[in-house]
Write a protein that binds this ligand. Sequence first.
Ligand code: TXA
Ligand code: MG
Length: 362
Amino acid sequence: MTKRTDNTRHARTEVLDAFVASDSPKPSPGALSAAEAWLSRSEPVVIPTETVYGLAARALDRAGVLSIFEIKGRPADNPLIVHVTRSSHLDEAGAALSPVARRLVERFWPGPLTLVVPCRASLPWVTAGLDSVAVRHPSHPFAAALIDRVGPLAAPSANLSGRPSPTRARHALADLSGRVPLIVDGGDLEHGLESTVLDVRGDVPVLLRPGALPAELLEQALGASVERASAHGEVRSPGMKYRHYSPRAELWLYPWDSGAPQRSGAAALLHGDARQLRASGRTVAAIAREPIEAERFIPQPGDARELARNLFGWLYEFDELGVDCILVEGVAPSGIGRAVMDRLERAATRVRTPEPARGIAS
Ligand code: TXA
Ligand code: MG
């Protein structure tokens, strides 16, 4: 049997604005009705959230959710997040909240925090057969209004599996054109990076994915530290074992160097690599603190939140330009910088670290 690679399901993908006007937070009734109509036909649609664009189907609609996996080419063992706005939605998803989970919900919802909790319902198409379910209450006005209308939505990021999460409607369109009937355009998003995923089933909460909500804020709220999933050897979040966030070009990462703010070892290495790559005829895009000659240069924002908000968008742009190599100077792995570095490390085809300088021992 030949494998079907053409995944065209719709002759046309319609793009509708999420809001009645670009300066208004009021969700467009037309876009809400169109989304509702497709969802009730089990056709997943792309919607904005405050983190990244999501590919949504009703969580209780088995056929709709299975279509999400087909459209994205997502491995069947990678469960989805259920997006909710009311406690009755948590009941529908079978989500059982512990006292700690409730505390976090009160403090951080709606917002970019996903909680993994025990699951009492049987929704194997969402949970990939696990006995837990991931839930989050998005703060984006369009996503929230749609969930209010149609009930809980299962939604992964609206990219083909393995690609960067889209943070602009046209980047979702680049991946999913013809595969979905509708993309709701919410403009630029507040965070540009996926939610933080925290497993709150055990005595000590475990950070499964650093994200838009910095772990330091969780620790402050809990008055205790959270464990990092990597400390556990085993894979606790199925999604973390796959290569992720990859642009088509090679991505070379130069991890943050606590040394000089000016031309540090990592920065010098990046500059030298850019020169050599271009001398050998390859095209280069770079995100770095100091300007370099490249086909596309983006000054690295001093604020890690600004980098987070733009990073995936830039990766898609570099792919549109068709560069061969993307060179990125890393940032300090704290606050949202931790999540940025996590994504860059997963996207990287090479991690470049300078030889340690042979200084004089003191
Ligand atoms: O910001 C976000 O979280 C976006 C927006 C659309 O809400 N969604 C998103 O979904 O990033 P996705 O599917 O791309 O990533 C969800 C992550 C995956 O790594 C998945 O393995 C993990 O959450 N996950 C989902 N359910 C889980 C569960 N029951 N146990 C452990 N990990 C789970
Ligand atoms: Mg994703």
